[in-house]
Design a protein. Structure first.
Lengths: 260, 83
């Protein structure tokens, strides 16, 4: 308990009475590393095993006080480095804003998926607000999230690969092509939305990540259509696709109505 | 048929090149597609759609000019080496 690393340097020397008597008598200033060489004559902890020859002679670094100081200095450095790194990363990728979109739980995901499949009976589309932003998706079913679109995107790539495999048209490159193709279309869609919103100068509190979330919801419909096509064939695929698109259009209309 | 990220990158590069090449003062002002020509509006009014679009193009031009040089060099090298 003397080596409690979380205490500050000053506190640590106060709480270490067994060493003060021996250490400070022979070393005038604590931070001076040369002063500790007097310690090599009688390190207190080596009295426990006098017969053991295998204890390595660490010299200065063997002393617990020096070890402790080195550990604390290293931790300070690491802490400073971590904050600096976080600041730099935050400039390019807004991590704290992203965290909001992934704050979901199972209940939210299930009810949101039901809402995407059948949005026609939902009555209340308003979003509750906290002091500076919307409530987390965990607590508010009408808030957008990025968890469902990400998962739906990955599932779409896998399911499309599966269907291609069932039709003997599969090769491993197809997965890469499908993934980058879907991502490229998403980026194009996002760019068109952002440019249009800028040019027409609509006053809105929609953020880019919100647009990304709403654009990503369409993957849920495509997955459903592909799975239905496995069972029913071409006509069922097209009917399911048309229904999924109508439901998504209705969903978008209701959700975006209050944003402008 | 596949529309991959590389295709998207090439397409954006070509479009950005097209936006940056046309000189604003010498050519676009003559056609009337410049962001600087004749913006007579009051302070509190919203700029027109055309003015907004030209502002967007002008800002894209300013920001993208320097990185575009490097992107073009990189793309040319890629195409030379990988075909």
């Amino acid at each position: 308990m003397n080596y409690n690393a979380n205490t500050s340097g000053r506190q640590r020397y106060i709480s270490n009475p067994p060493y003060e008597g021996q250490g400070f008598a022979s070393t005038p200033k604590v931070p001076q590393v040369q002063g500790f060489s007097n310690y090599n004559a009688q390190p207190p902890y080596q009295n426990v095993n006098p017969l053991e020859q295998s204890v390595p002679n660490l010299g200065v670094l063997g002393q617990p006080m020096v070890q402790d100081m080195a550990m604390q200095y290293g931790q300070q450095l690491a802490g400073a480095g971590k904050t600096m790194l976080k600041k730099e990363v935050e400039r390019f990728v807004p991590v704290s804003k992203l965290k909001y979109y992934f704050a979901v739980d199972t209940k939210y995901v299930v009810s949101k998926l039901m809402l995407l499949f059948f949005p026609f009976t939902h009555k209340d589309w308003s979003v509750k607000y906290e002091q500076d932003g919307p409530v987390q998706p965990r607590f508010e079913i009408n808030a957008p999230d990025l968890y469902i679109p990400t998962m739906a995107y990955v599932t779409y790539v896998l399911v499309a690969g599966l269907v291609l495999g069932m039709q003997q048209r599969f090769s491993p490159e197809q997965i890469g092509i499908l993934a980058s193709s879907a991502l490229a279309w998403c980026i194009v869609e996002l760019a068109i939305y952002s440019c249009t919103l800028y040019i027409i100068q609509i006053e809105t509190n929609l953020r880019t990540l919100d647009l990304l979330a709403y654009a990503g919801y369409k993957f849920v419909g495509t997955i459903l259509s592909i799975l239905v096509s496995l069972v029913g064939g071409k006509t069922s695929y097209y009917t399911c696709l048309i229904y999924a698109n109508l439901a998504l259009a209705f969903f978008w209309y209701e959700v975006l109505k209050s944003k402008f | 048929m596949a529309f991959t990220l590389w295709n998207l990158f090439e397409a954006t590069l070509l479009c950005l090149n097209a936006v940056c090449i046309l000189n604003e003062d010498r050519f676009l002002a003559k056609v009337g597609w410049s962001a600087k020509s004749g913006n007579v509006q009051g302070f509190g009014e919203h700029p027109s759609t055309k003015a907004q679009m030209f502002n967007l193009l002008h800002s894209i031009r300013t920001v993208v000019r320097i990185p575009l040089i490097f992107l073009n060099i990189v793309t040319i090298l890629f195409k030379l080496i990988l075909g």
